[in-house]
Design a binder for this molecule. Structure first.
Ligand SMILES: NC(=O)c1ccc[n+]([C@@H]2O[C@H](COP(=O)([O-])OP(=O)(O)OC[C@H]3O[C@@H](n4cnc5c(N)ncnc54)[C@H](OP(=O)(O)O)[C@@H]3O)[C@@H](O)[C@H]2O)c1
Length: 178
């Protein structure tokens, strides 16, 4: 397993990411991109893992969870929190990593929400930040932390447009990563 984890997020120009425990927008191109980068592996027999907070897990419509083709890891401090068979629940990021290291896991992606992003951005194991920049200001109640001073831009896609909303796929690396 790659000892670094990646972060995947879509945020608007205010760094808004959610409202009422849902995504503030519907961008099928971004969902497709999310699925592709979190699912694709290079080694046969290996899978990627997605780690998410309990609220993000609950925000996924029941018929779309667990996210297919990936190990789904839900973080909750509630020891009795129910997750279906095949989904893992851990009480901390460290516990999740310890467990994932033992399995056929290629890459780990932290997929939110804000509470988990906040912790992940302070972790020394951080690898790449896959950030979809939604070029609009939505009414949000949940935000991605202020990240720009800690990262440098590696790549930026052409601007996509969907339902009158423009967005682009950006990849950043932490300043401290060679
Ligand atoms: N735009 C995007 O890319 C994106 C991505 C993901 C989510 N979102 C949005 O973000 C919002 C949800 O974010 P959120 O910050 O409210 O919630 P969240 O981060 O998804 O989940 C918070 C919960 O995770 C658990 N948790 C947090 N830190 C933990 C730790 N260190 N160890 C164990 N468990 C831990 C706790 O669960 P317990 O209370 O059960 O202990 C906590 O209540 C939604 O609106 C969602 O749509 C947006």
């Amino acid at each position: 397993m790659n000892e670094r984890f990646n972060i995947v997020v879509a945020c608007d120009l205010n760094r808004g990411i959610g409202k009422n425990n849902q995504l503030p927008w519907r961008l099928s191109g971004d969902l497709k991109y999310f699925k592709q980068i979190t699912t694709e592996t290079t080694a046969p027999g290996k899978y990627n893992a997605v780690i998410m907070g309990r609220k993000t897990w609950e925000s996924i419509p029941p018929n779309f969870r667990p996210l297919s083709g990936r190990y789904n890891v839900v973080l909750s401090r509630n020891e009795t929190y129910y997750v279906p068979d095949g989904v893992f629940r851990f009480a901390s990021l460290d516990e999740a990593f310890e467990h994932l290291e033992k399995g056929p896991v290629e890459q780990v992606f932290i997929i939110g929400g804000a509470e988990i992003y906040n912790q992940a951005l302070q972790d020394h194991r951080i690898g790449l930040l896959y950030l979809t920049e939604v070029r609009h200001r939505f009414d949000c109640d949940t935000f991605f932390p202020d990240y720009k001073q800690f990262f440098q831009l590696l790549t930026s896609s052409e601007i996509q447009s969907e339902n009158g909303i423009e967005y682009s796929f950006k990849v950043y690396k932490p300043n401290l990563l060679a």
